[in-house]
Design a protein around this ligand. Structure first.
Ligand code: CS2
Ligand code: MG
Length: 406
C-alpha cells in the first residue's frame, strides 16, 4: 500500500502564460502533479485548492482515487462550476500520476491499455487575410499536421476570435494586464465572410486535410444552422461552439438544418452540461478537458456515455491548460475507443522547459510516452523564476456597445 498523502501545495508559474499546478507528496516519497489552470481566473483556482482542498487531502490514502473524487464533489455541497471542478480535476490527475508511479506504469496502461497506436492531433492556422491564412495552413501541414483549424479576419472588423491582425499567425488571446481588453463584434459581417474563406482553404488544400473552424459561442441557433449549411461544401471535420450551448435544446434546430459535424464543450465542467447534447445526438464531438471537467475519472464517465450515442471525444487542448493535463489527455486518448482527435495548440518553449514531459508529437499524431504516471514533471527552480502575472481573455461588445459572448 502507498503511504498517506503528507503534503499538498500549489505551484503558480507563468512560463509564457499562467499555470496552476497541484503537487501532492506521499510519505514514501512519491510525487503527483495535477493541473487546475482556469484562464484568467488562476488565483481563484489556486485559492480553492490551497485553502479548501489541500487540508482535506493530508492523511488520505492516495490509492483511493474514486473515493477522493466523490468526497471532493459531494462533500463540498456547492458542487460543479469551473473553479470547483478544476480543483477536483487537479487532485484526480495528481492521484492518477501517483498510482502510475507506484505501479511503474504509464497511466494509459491503468486505463485498460492502448486501443490505438497514436492519437490524432489538430492545430491552429490563423491569419487576417486569405493568402496569409493559406500560407499558415501550408506551414502547419509541413509541420506534419493532418488536421488544421482555420480562422481568418473579417472585413470591417478590427478584431476577431482566433486571429491577431498583425501577429504573423501567433495566437494567444489572454493579454497581460489588470483588466480585460474590450473587442468589438458583428455576427452578420462574420457570417457573410467565413463560408468563402473556408471554401478557398478547401480548394487550396484538396480533399485530404481535415479542416476545422471555431465560431466561439457567438451565434444564435438560427445563425448557427445557416452557417453549418453554408459550410457543407467545405467538408469540415467540425464546426465548433456555434452557440454558447447552455441551452442544450437549442442545438436541435441547428442539427435539423445541417450535416456539418458539430463540436461543443470546452467550457463544460460536468456530465450534466452535455448530457442532453449527447443522449439526443445533437453533437458529434464532445470537447470537455481533463483540467476542467473533473479529471481523468469524470472524463471517462462522459466519454463512456458519449460512446453509447456514437459521439466522439475531442478534448480542448489550448496552451492555457498546462502540459500536465495535456499529457493526461493523451493518456485518455490512447486508451479510449471513441476518442476522435486531440487539439494541440502548442506551448511556449519556456513551458516545455518548466514542464519536462514524456508525451510527444510526430507526423500528425501524439503519444503519451512510457514514463510511469502521467509522465510530466515540474522544474520548480525554473518555475519560480516566472511568477504569476495578471492576464485576461478579452471581452466583446457588439457595434452598438452591448456586451456579447467573446
Ligand atoms: C479555444 C480556445 O482552443 C479552442 O478551441 O476556443 O482558444 C479558448 O478561447 C481558450 O482556451 C480560452 O481560454
Ligand atoms: Mg474552441
Amino acid at each position: 500500500m502507498t503511504d498517506r498523502i503528507i503534503a499538498a501545495e500549489v505551484i503558480l508559474t507563468s512560463p509564457g502564460r499562467n499555470y496552476v499546478t497541484l503537487k501532492l507528496q506521499t510519505a514514501d516519497g512519491v510525487t503527483g502533479y495535477g493541473d487546475a489552470t482556469v484562464n484568467g481566473r488562476e488565483l481563484a483556482a489556486a485559492s480553492y485548492l490551497r485553502d479548501h482542498v489541500a487540508p482535506l487531502l493530508i492523511g488520505l490514502d492516495p490509492a483511493r482515487i474514486e473515493d477522493t473524487w466523490q468526497y471532493l464533489y459531494r462533500g463540498a455541497y456547492w458542487r460543479r462550476g469551473p473553479i470547483t471542478m478544476a480543483a477536483v480535476s487537479a487532485v484526480d490527475l495528481a492521484l492518477w500520476d501517483i498510482k502510475g508511479k507506484v505501479a511503474g506504469m504509464p497511466v494509459y496502461q491503468l486505463l485498460g491499455g492502448a486501443v490505438r497506436d497514436r492519437v490524432l492531433a489538430y492545430t491552429h492556422a490563423s491569419a487576417w487575410e486569405l493568402p496569409e491564412l493559406l500560407d499558415a495552413v501550408d506551414a502547419r501541414r509541413a509541420d506534419g499536421f493532418r488536421a488544421v483549424r482555420a480562422q481568418s479576419g473579417v472585413p470591417g472588423l478590427e478584431t476577431v476570435y482566433g486571429v491577431h491582425r498583425d501577429a504573423g499567425g501567433g495566437y494567444e488571446p489572454a493579454k497581460r494586464g489588470a483588466v480585460p481588453v474590450t473587442e468589438s463584434w458583428d455576427t452578420d459581417a462574420y457570417l457573410r465572410h467565413v463560408p468563402a474563406v473556408l471554401a478557398a482553404v478547401r480548394e487550396h488544400v484538396g480533399p485530404d486535410l481535415a479542416l476545422l473552424h471555431d465560431a466561439h459561442h457567438r451565434l444564435t441557433p438560427q445563425q448557427a444552422a445557416r452557417l453549418g449549411k453554408a459550410l457543407e461544401p467545405a467538408d469540415l471535420f467540425w464546426l465548433e461552439d456555434v452557440t454558447p450551448a447552455e441551452n442544450q435544446e437549442a442545438l436541435r434546430l441547428v442539427r435539423q438544418h445541417t450535416t456539418t459535424p458539430l463540436a461543443i464543450g470546452e467550457v463544460f465542467n460536468s456530465i450534466f452540461d452535455c448530457k442532453d447534447l449527447i443522449t439526443e445526438q445533437l453533437i458529434d464531438y464532445v470537447r470537455v478537458a481533463v483540467a476542467h471537467a473533473g479529471g481523468i475519472s469524470h472524463l471517462r464517465s462522459i466519454f463512456a456515455l458519449a460512446d453509447l450515442y456514437q459521439v466522439k471525444a475531442a478534448p480542448h487542448g489550448p496552451s492555457d491548460v498546462s502540459p500536465v493535463s495535456f499529457g493526461a489527455s493523451v493518456h485518455v486518448g490512447l486508451s479510449t475507443i471513441n476518442f476522435g482527435i486531440q487539439e494541440y495548440m502548442g506551448y511556449d518553449a519556456l513551458a516545455h522547459e518548466v514542464f519536462p514531459h514524456a508525451w510527444s508529437f510526430a507526423d500528425g499524431y501524439l503519444h503519451p510516452g512510457e514514463a510511469p504516471g502521467l509522465g510530466v514533471e515540474v522544474d520548480e527552480t525554473l518555475a519560480a523564476k516566472f511568477p504569476y502575472e495578471p492576464a485576461y481573455l478579452p471581452v466583446a461588445r457588439r457595434l452598438d456597445g452591448s456586451m456579447t459572448d467573446w
